[in-house]
Design a binder for this molecule. Structure first.
Ligand SMILES: [Fe+2]
Length: 590
């Protein structure tokens, strides 16, 4: 059975194809259109998926959309009417922004693809989040917790899933918290207040939190209070997202926290104002974590299960994930590589396959590499035409050569096989560098990524030695498989891992198994033989404001425009002419 999943029209559109119960391919529209967080109908992603699998639209058994548009329409209409007349200005805007073409989604899909309407299905939005997490995780029974800004009405759900020995699947969402009460929207409101882009820059709030102290926790708690049933409710007088599209926080919010930050003002942590913003980020971060831990702990007690699958955009919050693992009682916490709305394309397709069509259970390969492959010949051609130094090397030589460059303090663009599905570069579209010196972090921020100084970089480490450098709890390596947790760097290594150690001593480590990315694993080993520490700084292969590179030419164009010294897509190795060499690495064997 061939099922196409689609997420679209909110942010980060995507398509995914499931064939005979297993993912065949999946890609976000932004990777192809080159428009970051492209929310348009993902026609490019759909065409690529069909091409890749050698299918025509007529071959599809079903097309599944990742939410029920009419329910969302119902929510927007109901909220606008409840808030009338305050909302009358915002209603047309809300229709345009939040809904767009979605009400007519069946007709749109049918006309774009020429698929008859009877083949077009919709899932509940949080069922798609739950399926993206549970059905792709290597567990047979798990509790499920999803949390995001908002879907149709739900903003958080709890439930459980079971892949039974007879091949049938159960996925049940037991309870939900409904709009306007939303942890995702609470966090997004602070994201906007702190001058960052909503639905895009939430991770900057998380990064900034490490520089602050949670001095305003009590104030944030007045915004979100616990309810007797273990859920929570937001105090509506502090928020305006229900009534206007112009601003998500109210003047009472400003009375409580002070003037908001202007997006173009730099955050200067030497000033009272800068520290206030950092304290604000630390405070909302702590309250978010506390609420999630409470809900997860109650779910653990209720379900008696040892595994938890997390889904929804809130599961991108690595600090919260790590605390859930440490404090909720679950032994293992699974977060998929694409827990946000893009991942719902795959989730919706898997949900339809297992639950709607009752197809037999299958293991889903445990990796994120479902996107377009890199064409090394295309890279070689472009680099040669441009007069760069191009070598074609066998794998062993290529890895040693890349390790030499990295040990010499050079920054390497690394493209390998299929593009990652989801927001993280996990070793197939990465920028790699030595992890030792703080100057490397600053150089990357300044010359390569063009981004704020307070943003940390992540390390990638082989699973066999991860525990030596990072304080990983039981279950930590699993959470770190797709870079979904933040863990302490062991104090004795922090000075020698300064480029990847955040100001609070933590790192968002990717713990790598050889089978997931064998070439990168070999590179880590080769790098370790040179400096003693088999860890590399691994950041996404893009510059600020651009999507992660997908194809060879985008990698090459980025390489030419920023301070990368070398670019690798096996077997091709490109060295930038005139690239400066930093001081060689001086790490004694550990
Ligand atoms: Fe969502």
């Amino acid at each position: 059975m061939k099922i196409l999943g689609i997420s679209a029209h909110y942010h980060d559109s995507a398509a995914a194809l499931v064939v005979d119960g297993a993912p065949a391919c999946a890609v976000q529209e932004e990777r192809l259109s080159r428009h970051k967080n492209d929310a348009g109908f993902p026609i490019g992603a759909i065409e690529w998926c069909l091409d890749q699998a050698g299918l025509a639209p007529a071959d599809l058994d079903a097309v599944v959309f990742y939410e029920r548009s009419m329910l969302k329409f119902d929510r927007i209409l109901t909220c606008a009417l409840r808030a009338f007349p305050r909302s009358w200005r915002s209603f047309p805007q809300a229709m345009k922004n939040s809904l767009g073409d979605k009400v007519w989604v069946r007709g749109i899909i049918s006309s774009y693809l020429g698929v008859p309407r009877r083949k077009i299905l919709c899932t509940d939005h949080h069922a798609a989040h739950a399926a993206a997490s549970f059905l792709a995780a290597p567990t047979r029974r798990a509790a499920i917790l999803t949390a995001d800004g908002v879907g149709e009405w739900a903003t958080l759900t709890v439930g459980h899933g079971e892949r039974r020995p007879d091949g049938t699947t159960n996925l049940t969402l037991l309870r939900e918290i409904r709009y306007p009460h939303s942890l995702g929207l609470l966090y997004s409101t602070f994201t906007a207040y702190l001058g960052f882009k909503v639905n895009e820059d939430e991770y900057k709030v998380m990064g900034l939190a490490a520089y602050g102290r949670p001095t305003m926790v009590d104030r944030v708690r007045t915004l979100v209070r616990g309810t007797p049933d273990g859920a929570f409710a937001l105090a509506p007088e502090f928020f305006e997202y229900q009534t206007t599209a112009a601003r998500s926080y109210s003047s009472r919010f400003i009375d409580l926290f002070g003037a908001p930050r202007h997006p173009h003002e730099p955050i200067d942590l030497e000033t009272d104002e800068g520290r206030r913003f950092a304290d604000c980020a630390a405070s909302v971060q702590q309250v978010l974590e506390d609420r999630l831990v409470d809900i997860a702990r109650a779910l653990h007690q209720e379900s008696g299960l040892s595994d938890l699958c997390l889904g929804g955009g809130v599961a991108l919050n690595c600090l919260a994930n790590a605390r859930i693992l440490a404090e909720s009682g679950f032994a293992r916490v699974f977060v998929p590589p694409a827990p946000g709305d893009a991942g719902c394309a795959l989730g919706a397709a898997l949900y339809a396959d297992r639950v709607y069509f009752h197809n037999p259970d299958r293991d889903v390969p445990d990796h994120p590499f479902w996107g377009p492959p890199v064409d090394a010949r295309e890279l070689a051609r472009a680099a040669r035409e441009d007069g760069q130094a191009v070598e074609e090397l066998d794998d062993a030589t290529l890895i040693e050569r890349a390790a030499d460059e990295l040990a010499a303090g050079r920054i390497v663009g690394w493209m390998d096989g299929a593009c990652e599905f989801g927001p993280r570069a996990l070793g197939h579209r990465s920028i790699l560098a030595a992890p030792h010196a703080r100057e490397m972090r600053d150089r990357l921020n300044r010359d390569v990524k063009y981004r704020e100084e307070f943003r940390p970089f992540a390390p990638v480490v082989p699973i066999d030695v991860a525990d030596r450098y990072f304080d990983l709890p039981p279950g930590g390596p699993r959470l770190a498989r797709f870079m979904s947790g933040v863990f302490p760097v062991r104090p004795e290594w922090r000075d020698r891992l300064a480029a990847i150690t955040h100001v609070d001593g933590s790192a968002r480590a990717q713990v790598l198994e050889r089978e997931m990315a064998p070439r990168l694993y070999a590179l880590l080993e080769a790098f370790g033989r040179r400096g003693g520490i088999p860890i590399l700084l691994n950041t996404s292969f893009n510059t600020a404001g651009e999507p992660i590179v997908c194809r060879a030419l985008e990698g090459y164009s980025t390489f030419r425009r920023c301070g990368l010294d070398a670019l690798v897509a096996a077997p091709v190795f490109v060295t930038k002419r005139g690239s400066s060499r930093m001081k060689p690495l001086k790490e004694e064997a550990a």
